[in-house]
Each structure stands twice: as structure tokens, then as C-alpha cells.
Design a protein around this ligand. Structure first.
Ligand SMILES: *Cc1c(COP(=O)(O)O)cnc(C)c1O
Length: 436
């Protein structure tokens, strides 16, 4: 499909990036399970190697199935290009590697996915010398105070996992702009259907496509979307990979020569080439299929989550419910501003009366909810962080991370909400019997 700016989200979700296969006419995107691609002639081969012409060489850099997914994701975020990766954490890695030099730093929200926090705090600093300054995101000014001469970007989550904190993107984007650095937003939990951070001044979007985008818990993946509007050349010395000539493509300056989407072109031509965290074609295919129903699923996820949250809030064995779609949640107003129709996706936590033992018993008693460590699946999911994902922390650390002994995290699926509520009701009864 030719890109048409006037098309609405649902139409782009179904069609963007997809076109009949020129060889067979196949309308479903072919899974191009090939490492390499035959050149037309030696001139074309030379041209694709020097980036003078677009074309496929080797699937570590680009692959037709993965390209179709990249085109669809860029269209859905309103960006100019995208680069898919093996996982969401690989997307963080690729994004940072393009901007950072050893000894640089970046500023990140303290309310992030635990895996991103660990990556930023431990492996980034030890292996690469990239320092992360974590700040409390409830006051946008905290980001400004943490910026140094060596800061290369700001990183936040639009809707944080697992806490459900909704970031006030606009003022943080203005702070980034004032400092001449891009704002990067991890849009995994909101998805572009609920929130489009580029429209609020963000410059780069990252995703774990493993979650809602693929949607069925069957394909790992990540992506980095280039908004295309950040002016890298304004401070050439700051971003040598994009504004210099140090990458083996003689004479090419990415920010000058690929002005539409320099970040995305660099991420393929240099990032994936040198770091090798490309996405596999089969996973790209599954994610393309998932994206065709993203708008329908996000509506159902959010609608069901609100119903389940309201039920839990009124239940006598539940101490508290933290879902941004509920009017008494501190992020409710931000949800009205940044999330389509105030819909807040499907991940949230609640506290069971009876503490650790009651929480474990609840997880053991559910029948429809699946006990596993993921989110954004069509199936409803449940986990008790204190005995699983956060079990290595001390009790104090667990409470600080919002994962105390009574905390249950659920990702509400797209089943019938009455069945989900009945399942939780019987499991809460069983948990109570245990505690009594
Ligand atoms: C899961 C997740 C990631 C990491 O993605 P993987 O695909 O598991 O590597 C990053 N950010 C958020 C918000 C996530 O939920």
C-alpha cells in the first residue's frame, strides 16, 4: 500500500507495509526465510553495499518480512522509519548504541519495566560505560536537573509497566528540546492505538513487540521508531555516529544524507550490522498478523480491565486496586489527556487481604487466568511478583518496587469479562478460606 497520511489508524493497522508479493501475488506477507538475496548485477550489488540504492543483501541488516513490519509500525506511530530487533531490550540497546559514546550518560524515569532498569543500571554501565541517572518522573523538572554536558537522551515509558504510571510527556519533551537532546518513549504498554508520543514532542519510540503488538504471546521482538524530526546536525559533535564519518560507509553522513529517517537508516546499516540483534522473519510475520487487530484488541483489553478493576475495588477481600482508568487513581487525569478515550490498557496491580499466603493461594486457585510472566496476551494472565519476578529482593526492596507480599499483577485478556470476574471471585474466596 502506498503511504497515505489521510488514512486512519484502523486502516493503517490492516494495510500499512503490506502489498501483494510481486512474484506470486500472495496477499498475506510472505515469510522470507532466506539469509541472503541474489543481486541483479554487479552494479546493483555495489550500489546497495554503499547505500546508494535500497535493496536486500543479508538478513542481519534487512529482510523483506521484517521490512514490512517496520513500515507498518512506523505508520502506526506516525514516524518516518523503524528498525525491528530480537526483543524489547535489544531495541533499548540498539537505540542507545546509536547515540552514546563510552563515558556518556542519559536520564531515565525511575518508573520503568524492571528489565530495562537492570539493563540500564548494570550491563550498560559495566560493559559500555553508559551511565543512567534515574529520576522521579512525577515532577518533570527532575529531568532537567539531572541533565549534564554528557547527557545524550531522556528515556520514559508512556504507561509504565507494572505500575501503570502515566508520564506527562509534553513538558519532558520541552525540557529535552531545550537541552538539544531527544526524548525517547517506550510505548509498549500503551501501544500507538492508545497513545502517540511523537505528537507530544517525543523524537524516538521504542517497543517490546512481544506484548500487545504481536498480541498472542507467541513472538519475541522489539522496535525503534524514528520520528524523523530531531535535528541531529545542530550539535554535530554530540552524536558522532549520526553526524560523523566513522562507520565504514565512506563519505556518508547519516544525519545529512538520509534526512527523512537518519536514525532508522543508521540503526540498520550500522547498528544491526555491527551488533546483530535483528528480528527473525517468522516473528515479524506473527507480529504483522497481530497488528492487523491491534485496535480491536486494545479496546477489548481496556474495557475488560476497567470492569475487572471496578469489581476488585468493590470486593471485601481486596485491600486496594491501582488502575489508572479508575477515577481515584493519581494518573486518571493524565490518562484522559494522553490515552485515547481515557483507555488505560490492561495491566494493573491489586492487594489481597491476608498478605503473602492469601496472594499465593489466589494464584493457585484461578482457572482462566494463566500464571506466567508476560503481559499483553489475548489470554488473561496473573502473577505474584513477591514469589516470582521480584523474589530476589529484600522485603523492603519489594515494597519500594511496588511488589510487596500482598501484590498481585494481572494482564486482563479479551475473554468475556463476566467469566473473568467469576474466576477472580471464586479464587478470592479460596484465598480467604486459606487465610482464615
Ligand atoms: C517487556 C518489556 C520490555 C522488554 O521487552 P522484551 O521483549 O521482553 O525484551 C521493555 N519495556 C517494557 C515496558 C516491557 O513491558
Amino acid at each position: 500500500m502506498k503511504q497515505n497520511k489521510a488514512l486512519k489508524f484502523e486502516t493503517l493497522a490492516v494495510h500499512a507495509g503490506e502489498r501483494p508479493d510481486p512474484a506470486s501475488g500472495a496477499s498475506s506477507p510472505p515469510i522470507v526465510q532466506s539469509t541472503s538475496f541474489v543481486f541483479r548485477d554487479t552494479d546493483q550489488a555495489a550500489n546497495v553495499f554503499t547505500l546508494k540504492e535500497k535493496g536486500f543483501i543479508y538478513s542481519r541488516l534487512t529482510n523483506p518480512t521484517v521490512s514490512a513490519l517496520e513500515e507498518k509500525l512506523a505508520a502506526l506511530e506516525g514516524g518516518m522509519g523503524a528498525t525491528c530487533t530480537a526483543s524489547g531490550l535489544a531495541a533499548n540497546m540498539l537505540m542507545a548504541s546509536t547515540m552514546m559514546v563510552a563515558g556518556d550518560d542519559f536520564v531515565a524515569s525511575r518508573k520503568l519495566y524492571g528489565g530495562s532498569m537492570g539493563q540500564f543500571r548494570d550491563s550498560f554501565s559495566r560493559a559500555f560505560g553508559w551511565k543512567c541517572n534515574f529520576v522521579d518522573p512525577t515532577q518533570p523538572d527532575n529531568f532537567k536537573k539531572a541533565i549534564t554536558e554528557k547527557t545524550k537522551f531522556i528515556f520514559v515509558e508512556s504507561l509504565s509497566n507494572p505500575e501503570g504510571f502515566i508520564t506527562d510527556i509534553e513538558p519532558i519533551a520541552r525540557i529535552a528540546e531545550g537541552a538539544g537532546i531527544p526524548l525517547v518513549v517506550d510505548n509498549t504498554s500503551a501501544t500507538p492505538y492508545l497513545c502517540r508520543p511523537l505528537e507530544y514532542g517525543a523524537s524516538i519510540i521504542t517497543h517490546s513487540t512481544t506484548k500487545y503488538l504481536s498480541g498472542f504471546g507467541n513472538a519475541m521482538g522489539g522496535s525503534v521508531v524514528d520520528g524523523g524530526s530531531f535535528n541531529w546536525m545542530k550539535r554535530k559533535d554530540r552524536y558522532p555516529a549520526l553526524c560523523g564519518d566513522t562507520h565504514g560507509y565512506r563519505g556518508i553522513v547519516f544525519a545529512r544524507d538520509f534526512a527523512d529517517a537518519p536514525f532508522a537508516v543508521h540503526n540498520h546499516a550500522v547498528g544491526l550490522r555491527d551488533l546483530g540483534m535483528q528480528q527473525q522473519p517468522m516473528n515479524a510475520y506473527l507480529t504483522i498478523l497481530g497488528l492487523e487487530t491491534l485496535h480491536l484488541r486494545m479496546e477489548a483489553h481496556s474495557r475488560n480491565a476497567l470492569k475487572v478493576a471496578e469489581f476488585l475495588e468493590g470486593h471485601k477481600h481486596v485491600a486496594w486496586v491501582s488502575y489508572a482508568g479508575l477515577k481515584d487513581h493519581p494518573c486518571y487525569k493524565m490518562g484522559q489527556k494522553y490515552m485515547r478515550g481515557g483507555m488505560c490498557s490492561s495491566l494493573f496491580s491489586f492487594g489481597v487481604r491476608g498478605g503473602f499466603d492469601a496472594a499465593v493461594r489466589l494464584v493457585e486457585s484461578v482457572k482462566i487466568f494463566k500464571h506466567l510472566a508476560n503481559l499483553g496476551d489475548a489470554k488473561s494472565l496473573i502473577i505474584h511478583p513477591a514469589s516470582t519476578t521480584h523474589s530476589q529482593l529484600t522485603d523492603d526492596q519489594k515494597i519500594a518496587a511496588g511488589c510487596g507480599p500482598d501484590v498481585i499483577r494481572i494482564s486482563v485478556g479479551i475473554e468475556n469479562p463476566e467469566d473473568l470476574i467469576a474466576d477472580l471471585e471464586q479464587a478470592l474466596g479460596a484465598a480467604r478460606a486459606q487465610a482464615a
